[in-house]
Design a binder for this molecule. Structure first.
Ligand code: SDX
Length: 364
């Protein structure tokens, strides 16, 4: 038996053909393709095809029509949005609606689950804004339809491109907490909906996929570049974590940070919205990296995927309360591929624990 405490750090808990996160050199490989070969170059539908390839015999070459049809199909579940569900956070509401999708292991179930975060999040946000949910347009690409369902008007190509790049960039990332949770549930043969619900629940935490919203709160609280150092020092003095920095695996800069920064630059420069926002964020980033290096010299705390995620989703006018939902819109394809891979491996995931609690008193 081996001891693997401390968050399973350094433990290899599965073999996978899906993705590799090389934390030493800062490289992400997805099904044999480097992130740079995918982000901004191929569509999210192409990455869905890449990730699901080999796990569903009836997977079409072009996933786009089938995913569009799946969006239209799950839209019927939005009629369950009532006053109680509207009072939940977008992530909790999206999770509740996803739970209405029956568990299954076939391609149809998989595509409905990939469609679900997109359709349910946009419907919930519109209901919370007192507007009627908009039915999907199956003819559109996934990213373009997400923005259309959210806003009620077609998105500019640059905006759909920016969101598509984001969905591709976060689609899979080794055995992160939410993917591991999905694999554990899949290993009991509970079904794909159950595995995805485990993934959404793990992703929700601020140490994982719940980080980008607080990045915007941090930037807004800092307000101006010359406030950055004092604000960041005070946050660390309080014992707060700086959202968007640090990573369990990356010991150098997360390669996704630069992929998303490029997408933000393209988007903001193309629309001159939020003038100066990127330069301000860069100034805060540099201040944070310097302070973290001074305070934790033995830890490499670099910028992770969430910092520029926040800037990109803000530039797309997505509310910070829904940033985790948008993360799920991309990562859901990875959760499903890992769930199917785990089923192929077949064994139940069941580690041991060491009992350090009370021992029964000796019988009198
Ligand atoms: C994602 O695993 C994945 O691949 C995740 C992800 C994916 O694609 O699925 O990449 C997505 O989750 C990115 C991370 C998003 N989370 C955040 O940005 C939240 C802030 N970051 C941290 O909380 C932290 O860096 C973690 C949780 C991401 C990783 O933490 P670890 O590996 O468990 O390290 P740790 O918590 O043990 O911290 C080690 C030390 C501690 O100091 P000491 O107690 O040793 O003195 O580093 C410090 C921590 O206090 N530290 C930070 C910090 N991150 C670590 N201090 C301040 N700010 C931070 N961000």
């Amino acid at each position: 038996m081996i001891d693997a405490l401390d968050g399973l750090e350094g433990v290899v808990a599965a073999e996978t053909i899906l993705s590799e996160v090389d934390g030493a050199v800062g490289r992400l490989t997805i099904r044999g393709h480097s992130l740079d070969a995918l982000a901004g170059r191929v569509s999210y539908e192409a990455v869905v095809r890449l990730l699901l390839g080999g796990f569903f015999p009836d997977l079409p070459q072009d996933v786009r029509p089938a995913l569009g049809a799946a969006r239209a199909e799950v839209f019927a579940e939005t009629r369950a949005i009532d006053a109680a569900l509207e009072r939940l956070t977008p992530t909790e509401a999206m999770r509740a609606l996803t739970a209405r999708i029956a568990d299954g292991e076939d391609l149809g179930a998989a595509l409905r689950l990939i469609a679900a975060p997109a359709v349910f999040t946009t419907a919930v946000l519109r209901r919370q804004a007192r507007e009627a949910p908009l039915a999907p347009d199956p003819a559109l690409g996934h990213a373009a339809d997400i923005l259309r369902m959210l806003r009620g008007r077609p998105a500019a190509a640059a905006e759909a491109g920016g969101l598509d790049t984001y969905l591709v960039t976060v689609s899979d990332h080794g055995l992160n907490a939410s993917t591991f949770a999905a694999r554990v549930v899949a290993s009991t043969r509970a079904g794909l909906t159950s595995a995805v619900l485990a993934g959404v629940s793990a992703l929700k935490g601020p140490l994982h996929g719940g980080a980008p919203g607080p990045v915007i709160e941090m930037l807004d609280a800092i307000g101006r570049p010359d406030n950055a150092r004092a604000w960041l020092e005070a946050a660390l003095d309080r014992g707060d974590r700086l959202m968007g920095f640090g990573h369990r695996i990356y010991r150098v800069r997360d390669p996704r940070a630069d992929a998303l920064k490029r997408a933000v630059r393209t988007l903001i420069e193309g629309s001159n919205a939020l003038p100066g926002r990127l330069a301000f964020a860069e100034a805060v980033e540099q201040a944070a990296l310097g302070i973290l290096k001074d305070r934790k010299p033995d830890r490499s705390l670099e910028t992770n995927v969430e910092f520029y995620t926040a800037l990109l989703l803000e530039a797309l006018a997505i509310p910070p309360s829904a940033f985790t939902c948008v993360f799920a819109m991309g990562r859901v394809a990875g959760w499903i591929a890992h769930a199917r891979e785990q089923l192929r491996a077949g064994r139940l995931i069941r580690p041991q624990s060491r009992y350090v609690g009370e021992v029964p008193r000796a019988a009198a």
